[in-house]
Design a protein around this ligand. Structure first.
Ligand SMILES: *Cc1c(COP(=O)(O)O)cnc(C)c1O
Length: 478
């Protein structure tokens, strides 16, 4: 290719349309209805700059830039649309990981979404006691239903479970010792480590036992005047296997109480229902932990519970009252949106069958394998019928999904995936193309195949995925 000379380049630069000429294009007029003018202007200048740089580039050939005013206008609109995108937006989760921490963890039930709108569109009694006609407490709202479902004497909801653990330790053990088994000093993603939270709370960690084995006598021997409480942390995202021993909560609580101490359990996921009938190991429920003698339990609102991000503290009234009075509670408090969504989610748990049907997290865990197979066949059919799909090899395969979110490690749920291979695109290229779709589609790669696990797809998602493939197959440049 012959490169354009200096004089030729100056001539090309002069022939570039002006900002005003581009502004007059119908594509811009139409875009002005949805995109702020400032963004469009910026984008027109950017589009022109890109062409200028291409013209001035060493080897510039005619096909590497454009002087066409209509093309420049549409390019400016494309750039402006990119700038105008929300940073936080919906994606399609085709990873099969139900509680996906990177993808927003839990989907809210329709009942919770509707409640959010009703409560937040109007003024509400967040901190107003309607019976007495005076200032009330925001903490009463989810408390009633939590007590009803779990049988706990009292409840307190804070920002997340990390905050719940922090608040409990700060309130009950600041400046004193907390005895924890070495096998339970867990790190959760996002740099939450039990020893660090403990240090920040002002409590002093007293580790006992060994990584694989801790006995009741280890706790017993560590109790001193300095001890405030015995704590159990649920191994939510790992498992110690082989020659192991853990002290049951019941025994730990009995020992604590016999010495006038408190027993606390951080449940992590803290399900309110038994998920073991769906092929998962028995996860201790909050109700079981309370029955086993825990004075306080803490767990997340958006892991297995399937509600909004929140940290739930349940337990003895006197202990919860002390937590409520801690000035730090104000810094960890939840807003009306959390309380509205949480109360609506929890009410679904009054009837377990209803919870499994309406709470998306439970529904996805409980989806029958046959339904997943049908969904995968349907998705495969939609992809295979996209124009140009002969460039793809589309198979339905058995695979496994994970619950995720640091819940139930090493325990996979059988599922069906749509597996895609192509001579044109590598699995990495397919993954990238779908991730960059208007509505991003997040799948996974396994042995150079691109996999879409249908367990975590929501109504309408198969259509979005098919559109993403249509766009890829229609893009002749790729
Ligand atoms: C997930 C988890 C936490 C942190 O909960 P967040 O709601 O993410 O703050 C704390 N402890 C355990 C055992 C967990 O599994």
């Amino acid at each position: 290719m012959e490169s354009t000379g200096r004089a030729g380049k100056q001539d090309l630069l002069r022939r570039l349309p002006s900002v005003d000429e581009i502004l007059k294009q119908p594509a811009i007029a139409e875009a002005l209805e949805r995109i702020p003018r400032k963004l469009l202007l910026e984008s027109i200048r950017e589009a022109l700059d890109i062409q200028r740089r291409r013209i001035l580039a060493e080897q510039a050939g005619e096909e590497s830039f454009s002087l066409d005013v209509r093309w420049l206008a549409s390019e400016a609109v494309r750039l402006a649309e990119k700038k105008n995108e929300f940073t936080l937006r919906p994606v399609v989760n085709a990873t099969g990981i139900v509680v996906h921490t990177n993808l927003g963890r839990s989907l809210l039930a329709m009942e919770a979404l509707e409640r959010l709108q009703e409560v937040c569109r109007a003024y509400n009694n967040l901190e107003y006691d309607l019976a007495a006609g005076r200032r009330g407490s925001r903490y009463v709202h989810a408390e009633a239903v939590l007590r009803e479902i779990t049988g706990a004497e009292a409840a307190l909801v804070v920002n997340n479970n990390a905050a719940a653990v922090f608040l409990v330790l700060n309130t009950l053990a600041k400046g004193r010792e907390v005895i924890v088994s070495r096998g339970q000093l867990v790190e959760i993603g996002g740099s939450f480590r039990i020893p660090d939270v403990m240090a920040a709370s002002g409590a002093v960690l007293r580790e006992v036992g060994c990584t694989n084995r801790t006995h009741l006598r280890d706790y017993e021997q560590a109790i001193t005047e300095q001890t405030a409480l015995l704590m159990k942390v649920h191994c939510s995202n790992y498992r110690v296997i082989g020659f192991t021993a853990e002290v049951p909560l019941e025994d730990m609580a009995r020992l604590a109480h016999s010495r006038g101490l408190l027993a606390v359990e951080d449940l992590g996921s803290g399900s309110l229902v038994d998920v073991s009938p769906f092929g998962l190991p028995e996860e201790p429920t909050a109700q079981q932990a309370l029955k086993a003698g825990a004075d306080v339990v803490t767990f997340s609102g958006d892991k297995l519970l399937g509600g909004p991000q929140a940290g739930i503290i349940l337990g003895r009234r006197d202990v919860i009252d002390r937590c409520k009075k801690n000035p730090l509670t104000r810094a960890l408090r939840v807003d009306k949106m959390t309380l509205a969504a949480l109360e609506a989610t929890l009410r679904l748990y009054r009837d377990e069958r209803r919870a499994f049907a309406a709470v998306p997290t439970l529904r996805m865990i409980a989806t029958p394998l046959e339904t997943l197979r049908e969904r995968a066949e349907e998705l495969a059919r939609l992809i295979r019928t996209c124009p140009g799909a002969q460039r793809l090899s589309v198979q339905v395969e058995r695979n496994v999904s994970q619950v995720g979110g640091g819940s139930l490690p090493e325990r996979d749920l059988p599922t069906y995936v749509v597996s895609i291979r192509s001579a044109t695109w590598s699995a990495a290229r397919l993954e990238q193309a779908l991730r960059h779709h208007t509505i991003p589609v997040i799948g996974r790669i396994e042995s150079d195949r691109y996999l879409l696990d249908v367990r975590t797809l929501q109504p309408g998602d198969t259509q979005i995925i098919a559109e993403a493939f249509q766009a890829l197959l229609a893009d002749t440049k790729s």
